[in-house]
Design a protein around this ligand. Structure first.
Ligand SMILES: *Cc1c(COP(=O)(O)O)cnc(C)c1O
Length: 233
């Protein structure tokens, strides 16, 4: 049951927060609902979750048009510039900005929609070639600096994905690197303070390393059947 899963996640979060003397109110759970049907999202909403993460633009658009509840939508996947227009009016946070072209398009569409779009810069802290994201601090700093001219985006944090591994040190290195980048850049171009990091496999480590937004899917929704379309389940 989703509610039982959520209870376990919340207990684990509570334990990690206590372990490192942090405050529960510094942390936000983004329930990653990709591939799950809208009924499951509403079930999660009724269980007390308000933030939902999707990694496909059209899936976010379609779900947000069906769901009437006042949910907060996070786009967490790779975003193609030609899809920005599909989500701009729906999405509250875009976690995955990793190049200037995308930032320019988000800015343009946000202006059209008469909004300021909250974004994160995605950093590739694992060094894996299959992952997206800025490769080092210089790339991050250069992108942030260029974004200063864009009036309709609001960079608020950094996002990363650690390697999927059981090796805690490897995971911890990714997260501590993101935190160090955040500390270094926080007051330079924008007020960047959020750290979007930690998934089912590694959210406890992410909390210890300073995460402020956890993106948790499987631990809440169970393992989704990725062979099915979300709308047919
Ligand atoms: C799927 C996904 C998550 C959630 O992963 P789980 O292992 O299901 O918790 C988090 N972040 C991104 C970018 C994802 O694509």
């Amino acid at each position: 049951m989703l509610i039982d899963n959520l209870k376990i996640v919340q207990e684990n979060i509570q334990n990690s927060v206590q372990k490192c003397n942090r405050n529960l109110n510094e942390l936000r759970i983004v329930a990653v609902s990709k591939m799950n049907p809208v009924e499951r999202i509403i079930e999660a909403y009724n269980a007390g979750l308000f933030d939902f993460g999707e990694n496909k633009a059209l899936e976010l658009r379609d779900k947000s048009e069906i769901i009437n509840q006042d949910v907060i939508w996070h786009f967490i996947g790779h975003l193609q510039t030609n899809k920005v227009k599909n989500i701009i009016e729906k999405v509250d946070f875009i976690h995955s900005v990793e190049n200037f072209k995308l930032a320019v398009e988000i800015n343009k569409q946000a202006k059209k929609a008469n909004k300021t779009q909250n974004i994160f810069f995605e950093v590739n802290t694992s060094g894996e070639s299959a992952k997206y994201g800025l490769k080092n601090y210089d790339e991050l700093s250069e992108l942030a600096s260029k974004c200063e001219e864009l009036q309709n985006i609001n960079p608020i944090g950094l996002m990363t994905m650690a390697q999927f591994t059981n090796d805690e040190n490897i995971i911890r290195n990714s997260f501590s690197q993101l935190r160090e980048f955040r500390d270094k850049i926080s007051n330079k171009y924008f007020l960047i303070k959020e750290l979007s990091m930690g998934m089912t496999n590694d959210y406890k480590i992410a909390i210890e390393e300073g995460a402020t937004m956890l993106r948790i899917g499987a631990a809440i929704f169970g393992n989704s059947d990725y062979s099915l379309s979300w709308s047919k389940k």
